[in-house]
Ligand binder design. Structure first.
Ligand code: GGG
Length: 351
């Protein structure tokens, strides 16, 4: 069996972490008796500067035949971030109906949380982020640009179908984990979209009577993820709130360099896309010190998604073993001085 994996290394440290990780994935696939065929697409900001677009017009048609996509990062200091996001990341998520963004936050043995008193296993939650609409719907406009009477409108769009898809995925995860579900909104202030979200949650909840449901406002949730992270299990939130909460989740579990994510097309009609939560990190680009673990764990989610759970476990176990070993190499974000390549090599010995 061979899987066709599209890789979009992207910008900044994206190519460094993706390119370093691919040989490890090939080895793990080989050990589990399947093969990977990579199709590399050098899309991103360099292309935008040279040719005026982050990716070609037929990008989605090109990617459509893949079994999954592995993405590095997008973003460059010379180009506004909304150009890079709306030119590549968001069109892929929307075009392939990747409605469910799954972002786990786990405090591993050997990793220090900035929160005092937390040890391995104390923090273990997953955020289900609505991924194709909400505040990132691109509905709005700017008129009278440059005048004092300039106006900007940015609308959030919530559909019943999209909201139900993410809420149902979160309830399913809470059921599987035998845990609680926290729905995060701002429905006291956003009395249309977010009260609609609450209504959909209440409707879907009737199908999951065994799941304990908590509802929190996003300001309280942000505070509580820092104050009592051990009490969270599965969270579900809109596109913007999920984006913010998962950065909090990454940092309370030690580093942005450890946080993976999956953008999932639930029906399996289109490829799903896996990417580290971190961005392109221009401050450390080309230094060879970016942490590859978020990409490796994203690849584990990719393996799970294509139906290779044993390969996924192999990568996860290698990461757990490396982080638990004080003498193993670790990159500067985790207090070490190792290179990206050294960490991948050490993972390879454990995988
Ligand atoms: N790893 C992908 C990446 O470049 N993320 C940067 C970013 O700003 N992402 C926004 C988002 O996930 O919606």
């Amino acid at each position: 069996m061979a899987y066709q994996i599209a890789t979009i290394p992207g910008d900044g440290i994206g190519p460094e972490v993706v390119d370093a990780t691919l040989p490890l994935l090939e080895d793990v696939a080989d050990a589990e008796g399947f093969a990977l065929e990579f199709d590399r697409y050098d899309w991103g900001t360099e292309r935008y500067v040279e040719r005026g677009s982050m990716m070609p017009d037929d990008a989605l048609a090109t990617l459509e035949g893949s079994d999954a996509i592995l993405l590095g990062a997008v973003g460059h200091p010379d180009v506004p971030d909304h150009v890079t996001l709306h030119g590549l990341l968001l069109p892929i998520r929307k075009g392939f109906n990747q409605q469910v963004c799954e972002r786990p936050s786990v405090l591993y043995e050997g990793v220090e949380s900035p929160l005092r008193g937390y040890g391995p296993g104390d923090i273990d939650f997953v955020v289900f982020r609505e991924n194709t609409e909400g505040e990132y719907s691109d509905a709005g406009g700017r008129v009278h640009e440059g005048f004092d009477h300039e106006v900007a409108i940015q609308s959030a769009v919530y559909t019943r179908e999209g909201t139900e898809a993410i809420v149902r995925a979160a309830f399913e995860a809470a059921t599987e984990r035998e845990g609680t579900l926290t729905s995060v909104t701002k429905s006291n202030a956003q009395a249309y979209g977010m009260t609609f979200w609450d209504d959909v949650v209440a409707d879907v909840a009737t199908d999951y009577p065994d799941v304990e449901l908590e509802e929190l406002l996003v300001d309280a949730a942000s505070m509580d993820l820092v104050r009592r992270p051990e009490e969270f299990d599965v969270l579900v939130a809109s596109n913007l709130f999920g984006d913010i909460l998962t950065d909090v989740g990454a940092i309370v579990t030690g580093s942005m360099g450890l946080a993976p994510s999956g953008n999932v097309n639930v029906e399996g009609e289109y490829p799903s896309m896996f990417e580290p939560v971190h961005g392109s990190a221009p401050d450390i680009t080309s230094e060879g010190i970016a942490n590859p673990i978020a990409t490796v764990l994203s690849a584990a989610m990719l393996f799970e998604n294509v139906g290779e759970p044993a390969a996924a476990r192999r990568l996860e176990t290698a990461v757990e073993s490396l982080l638990a070993d004080e003498s193993a190499p670790r990159t500067p974000d985790l207090g070490g001085d190792a290179t990206t390549a050294a960490v991948v090599a050490a993972l390879g010995e454990r995988a």
